[in-house]
Design a protein around this ligand. Sequence first.
Ligand code: 8YV
Length: 313
Amino acid sequence: MPKPTVLMMGAYPDWDLEPLEQDYDLRKLWLAADKEAFLAETAPQVRAIATRGEIGASGALIGRCPKLEIVSCYGVGVDAIDLETARARGVRVTNTPDVLTEDVADFAFALTLAHLRKIVAGEAHVRSGAWRTGNLPLGASLRGKRLGILGFGRIGRAIARRAEGFGVTIAYSDVAPAAGVAYAFHRSAVELAAASDILIASVAGGEATRGLVNAAVFEALGPSGLFVNVARGSVVDEAALIDALASKRLGGAALDVFLNEPNIDSRLLAFDQVLVQPHQSSGTVETRKAMGKLVRDNLEAHFAGRPLLTPVV
Ligand code: 8YV
């Protein structure tokens, strides 16, 4: 039996590439100088696509692969995969839920604390020698603040578990109140923001949440409010965010995700009150190994005719 052809959309760590190379005829799109020519030759043979959360698989790409059976996503967010087209074509889709939850929730707090406690500025203060001539301006406490969690799925709940230990008041918003959860529920992002000092976005990306965090949300969060994003850039109206920061109607932002990664809007970099990170909430060796294994296990299950481990479609 020839090895199934797998189209890889973006880089995976070597510890995933080696076992993938063993089992599949891997075609590495991201390394192709002429992607169009590469796809013209490869697409007709592709039986699986291995992609990343932020890259996904468009309907046009799925349409170009007549033998496609499965899209396996390295990431929990499948908003960049055209699920409708996949469904209509009978193409299966898998993702990597659960294994990244705790690290992403940790990173939400790493961002929050780094922003409030001026950790990046503090580092620069020491390294530049400025400490010898004066102290860093004081930070702000996390304890006692009102935390709003926008999106109360696996990651939102993991954020809430950590928040318990930090002594903050917890509220959340989602499409409906979660059963058995005592935290205050707010029907809209604006209502949640109005009841929060810190708003963490942990909501799934996609059309349903596009631009959910908009000018009204920033207005409600207010001039001392902090917006933290570990979800997707698409959930934010970035123009409104820049506007709210520039006019000081929003206190600050700590962002791991952006609209146009990695070519982010450079205006965001002009603000001292903005902390930026390169989409690395799930970026630990442990979690990325578990994510890669799940991608491979789903592919293996599919080609062995076994049930998928984490099916989306
Ligand atoms: C990853 C993510 O950074 O899980 C997701 O949806 O965005 C992240 O965990 C990404 O998918 C890795 O490429």
